[in-house]
Design a protein around this ligand. Structure first.
Ligand code: FE2
Length: 262
């Protein structure tokens, strides 16, 4: 299995779509997800024999995004199609995994198919849990980066499709805040405002990252302080206490897991 070939394969495939800001965004996203996955694999007790599968799954996890955007002009799955399953169908139709062993093919397809699930099935083997969670963590780490870039570049104002066209000035959802405080996954249907869209990333930091190395990277990149400051800058004062309380809970959870893996 030639892992390097997947970089070429990914870029050649992406180049077949009409190039736009949104398509370029997804190409750059995948490159950074692969970088994140490599960093997690280097610093975690990640099973050596599955590192190739981990990197391939990272390259392929979002290939369905290109057809999704071309056909529906949105990255919102609820308004179009499940992009993770579309990625799997592209992988299979193009026979991209034909050189992989059946076990390897199976775990890569699962990692792609499950990368956007709220919760994973409970019956995963250890190697499946490692590869699947690698892609999920690496993806989340780059979603953090994407939001920060979009905020600091002023890009958001022109591209509401990045945040699913949600109302920018609507208040926080109490259900999202409660999920953060209880370390529970956020139900995507509770995301009703742009602030919720940002807040869900705070929720990921309290129990949503699998590898201690992912938590360490999140702390190193100061993801929580950025969101805390940003949310306070766009929300009315009465919401600040909730924001600060949830951010403090999430930061403490990251420190615990980064240091102790718990
Ligand atoms: Fe995705």
């Amino acid at each position: 299995m030639n892992v390097e070939a997947f970089s070429h394969l990914f870029h050649s495939y992406a180049a077949t779509f009409p190039q736009s800001d949104m398509i370029r965004l997804k190409i750059a996203h995948t490159g950074r997800v692969v970088e994140n996955a490599r960093r997690i694999m280097q610093s975690s007790a990640f099973p050596n024999v599955w590192k190739g599968a981990g990197e391939i799954a990272a390259w392929l996890h979002d290939v369905g995004r290109f057809k999704q955007f071309c056909k529906y002009q949105t990255f919102s799955d609820s308004k179009s199609i499940n992009h993770a399953l579309l990625s799997c169908s592209e992988i299979l139709q193009n026979d991209w995994l034909e050189a992989c062993s059946p076990d390897c093919r199976d775990v890569i397809l699962k990692a792609v198919a499950y990368h956007n699930l709220k919760t994973l099935p409970p019956d995963l083997d250890a190697h499946e849990a490692a590869v699947i969670n690698l892609v999920r963590d690496a993806d989340k780490l780059d979603i953090f980066t994407l939001l920060e870039q979009a905020v600091t570049s002023g890009y958001l104002a022109e591209h509401p499709e990045v945040y699913w066209g949600l109302p920018f000035t609507a208040p926080l959802s109490q259900k999202v805040a409660q999920a953060i405080e209880s370390a529970l996954p956020v139900d995507y249907k509770d995301i009703q405002s742009f602030a919720d869209f940002v807040f869900i990333q705070v929720a990921w930091c309290n129990g949503g990252l699998y590898f201690p190395a992912s938590c360490a990277l999140t702390l190193e990149r100061k993801c929580i302080p950025f969101r805390c400051d940003y949310l306070c800058s766009i929300l009315p004062k009465r919401e600040h206490e909730t924001v600060k309380r949830c951010c403090a809970i999430a930061e403490a959870a990251l420190v615990r897991k980064a240091n102790h893996g718990a």
